[in-house]
Design a protein. Structure first.
Length: 316
């Protein structure tokens, strides 16, 4: 039996670019679309390389229990000693920002002050306890920045909670978090493949918090009027020559948590201090930003998986 690369996911739109790169490199792979399905614990899985792209936002696409099924699949693969990338530990962090923050803190990485709450009354208590003049609420299990709301007063929070606009997280846990005021409206996302830094991308946040860089999610490019002309200002831009000590900390964090592929997002405050607030183990890439920089995340990922597949063939 020929060994393959098995891609575990629940969203074709976010995976098609990887499949194209695997095709370009002539690598054998199989599409494991994991929404509904079964895991036969009485049988051994096939040989090969297994890579999970399961997303915390699967429920927004009607795949409510895809992560739970994927976890069953991943622990089955791990039990049988298969080579799994972004396995059960990575998935645990993908679907819970509480788990993310505790793991980041354990690696010596600073996160915004955060309180987890279940229920509207507890959200109010959490905001009072946080004691910040400006704060945000966000879903514990989310994706694409969904559910993020910024408040500058307790009155505004009460109005939101009582006005019918509040949407609870799919797991019932809402995070009340310190708002980090950046001197300029952007965040930085560091991309890693094989546990190593590939590039950083600057993301314009002036239109809000939906920050998924995938082409299917990207908000239309922003335009700034200059006289009678319009100068294009892309939402995503690869940062040339990005080099910061945080990269070494991120790589160690990924090693500690057995995460191979990730996008890690941070924001700087006015003093230049870094606050890390999201780890995306189902990371996506923006094609326009990559084309402009000549750097391609999915190509690097396909090459990595191909190299790992070759090592499996040698040892089998």
């Amino acid at each position: 039996m020929t060994e393959k690369i098995y891609v575990i996911h629940e969203n074709e739109e976010w995976t098609t670019h990887l499949f194209k790169r695997l095709d370009e490199l002539g690598l054998p792979y199989e599409n494991w679309f994991t929404d509904e399905g079964l895991v036969n614990l009485n049988e051994a899985p096939p040989e090969g390389v297994f890579y999970s792209r399961m997303s915390a936002s699967s429920h927004t696409r009607g795949h409510r229990y895809a992560p739970e099924l994927a976890e069953s699949l991943l622990v089955w693969l791990e039990h049988h000693g298969r080579k799994v990338f972004n396995g059960s530990r990575a998935l645990r962090l993908e679907v819970s920002k509480v788990n993310q923050y505790m793991a980041l803190n354990a690696a010596g990485i600073r996160t915004p002050k955060t309180i987890a709450a279940n229920g509207k009354e507890q959200i109010v208590k959490a905001a009072e306890k946080l004691g910040e003049s400006s704060f945000i609420i966000k879903h514990n299990r989310a994706g694409k920045g969904l559910g993020v709301q910024l408040f500058h007063s307790m009155a505004a929070l009460h109005e939101h909670l009582d006005g019918g606009g509040f949407e609870p997280s799919i797991d019932g846990i809402t995070l009340v978090q310190q708002y980090i005021q950046a001197p300029e409206p952007f965040i930085t996302r560091c991309e890693f493949v094989g546990g190593k830094f590939v590039y950083a991308v600057q993301v314009d946040t002036s239109e809000g918090f939906e920050l998924c860089p995938a082409d299917a999610c990207s908000i239309e490019d922003l335009f700034c009027p200059v006289g009678e002309q319009a100068e294009e200002k892309p939402k995503f831009q690869v940062v040339e020559g990005f080099n910061d000590p945080i990269i070494e900390k991120y790589e160690e964090f990924l090693r500690q948590n057995n995460i191979t592929v990730a996008g890690i997002e941070f924001i700087r405050n006015s003093a230049g201090e870094i606050f890390t607030y999201d780890v995306n183990t189902n990371t996506n890439y923006n094609s326009d930003a990559e084309a402009a920089a000549g750097k391609f995340g999915m190509l690097e990922l396909a090459k990595f998986l191909g190299k790992e597949l070759q090592s499996v063939k040698v040892t089998v």
